[in-house]
Design a protein around this ligand. Structure first.
Ligand SMILES: [Zn+2]
Length: 399
């Protein structure tokens, strides 16, 4: 497979890639036939018709022939620190069973070689940026992303009902991203979920994100057990968490996860609600009215056995969609194109432009980097990807 990270001209030296078609996905830019892109590393220097862009260009030219170039993709949800659990996920039996399996396993940070492999896998599949969520491994994850040449955001996840004793973004993570050239990889706080992180901590984590102008990520409405716990305080998840994660005397709010997130002031255009499987029409309206972004993770949902998000209904309601692989504890790889295949298998009528926006413009805007990520335009830094042959009939016209 052609890799956008290969740098035949030498590090940082301009090279050109040509192809039959390019979808720049920049506002107002049509598909380009007979296209060329000049880039240095993952920074785009020029995009346009081959004969114009290559006039006077003396660097190496890589002609990819009958392919469609698109911007490097943004994986909007992953947990790289769980890469060591690849291939171990039990058969689908619902979230509580999966969470019990995850908690019982080895939680040590995986070896550096494994982190590097995951980073390389992302780069090889056309991913240019990642929103990663995790705990102690944050500095190592930031380092792995930087070494793989990826941009993105590393979120330190607040978990538990006790008031956090330490900074919501640890100093070690701050130090790790401080080496990132041009701020390519940044740090933020995040919350795990409404049932696992206290309202006070969620509020503080979101405030920390606001101050950094970073998105606030929260797992929301992922599974039926979450909906049941919030509505009535009962069910398999309540039984699993009682006496450990859930506080003594926990009083369920008696509403849906999305309604409770709204009540806690946790929705908005700067929020990424991850999963959003268990929603009704009122929930979708709330998400749309607040401008909340939703990250779909169809393969993880299927692997854990929590159901299928209704992407078409979310889109019809006006909710901006993103797409993520989730972790290797509930997925077989970190290839976003495989996520697209799963999404289209479940939601056959999704328009191409919505799928492409979920991979590029929507997460780029969420990250506050709409001119830098998710588009092929001079000044963008997310590299480029090649649309796989089997997805070309479905996505290549971009409409
Ligand atoms: Zn997650």
């Amino acid at each position: 497979m052609w890799s956008s990270t290969a740098d035949p001209a030498g590090p940082g030296r301009p090279r050109a890639v040509t192809a039959k078609t390019a979808l720049p996905l920049a506002d107002g830019t049509a598909a380009l036939d007979d296209a060329a892109v000049i880039l240095a590393g993952r920074r785009i220097l020029d995009v346009g018709k081959r004969r114009l862009v290559l006039r006077g260009f003396t660097g190496p030219v890589d002609d990819l022939g009958e392919v469609v170039l698109v911007p490097g993709l943004v994986n909007a949800h992953s947990h790289l620190e769980l890469a060591g659990r690849l291939g171990q996920c039990p058969p689908p039996a619902g979230f509580a069973a999966w969470a019990a399996w995850l908690a019982a396993g080895d939680r040590r940070v995986p070896p550096a070689a494994l982190r590097d492999r995951a980073g390389a896998e992302r780069a090889g599949s056309g991913t240019g940026a990642v929103i990663d969520v995790g705990g102690r491994a944050g500095p190592a994850v930031a380092d792995a992303l930087l070494r793989a040449g990826l941009a993105g955001l590393v979120c330190h996840e607040a978990f538990g009902w006790r008031r956090p004793a330490k900074a919501l973004v640890p100093a070690a993570l701050e130090a790790a991203v401080s080496h990132a050239p041009d701020g390519a990889v940044r740090a933020a706080a995040s919350g795990h979920a409404l049932y696992s992180t206290s309202p006070d901590t969620l509020r503080l984590a979101r405030e920390a994100c606001r101050l950094r102008q970073a998105p606030f990520c929260l797992h929301l409405a992922e599974h039926a057990e979450e909906a049941e716990l919030l509505r009535s305080g009962t069910g398999a998840l309540a039984a699993l968490l009682a006496g450990s994660v859930l506080p003594r005397g926990y009083a369920p709010p008696g509403c849906s996860p999305v309604a409770e997130a709204a009540r806690q002031g946790l929705l908005g255009p700067d929020v990424l609600a991850v999963h959003a499987v268990w929603l009704d029409a009122a929930d979708r309206r709330l998400l749309a009215e607040t401008g909340t972004h939703v990250c779909l993770c169809p393969r993880s949902n299927a692997r854990i056995g929590v159901g299928t998000a209704d992407a078409e209904a979310l889109l019809a309601a006006g909710v901006p969609l993103c797409l993520g692989t989730d972790s290797l504890a509930s997925n077989t790889d970190l290839d976003l194109w495989n996520e697209v295949r799963a999404l289209l298998a479940a939601c056959a009528d999704l328009p191409a432009r919505a799928v492409l926006a979920a991979l590029t413009a929507n997460p780029a805007r969420l990250l506050g980097r709409p001119g830098e990520l998710g588009l092929l335009a001079p000044g963008a830094v997310g590299g480029l990807a090649v649309l796989p042959d089997d997805l070309r009939p479905r996505l290549a016209d971009g409409s």
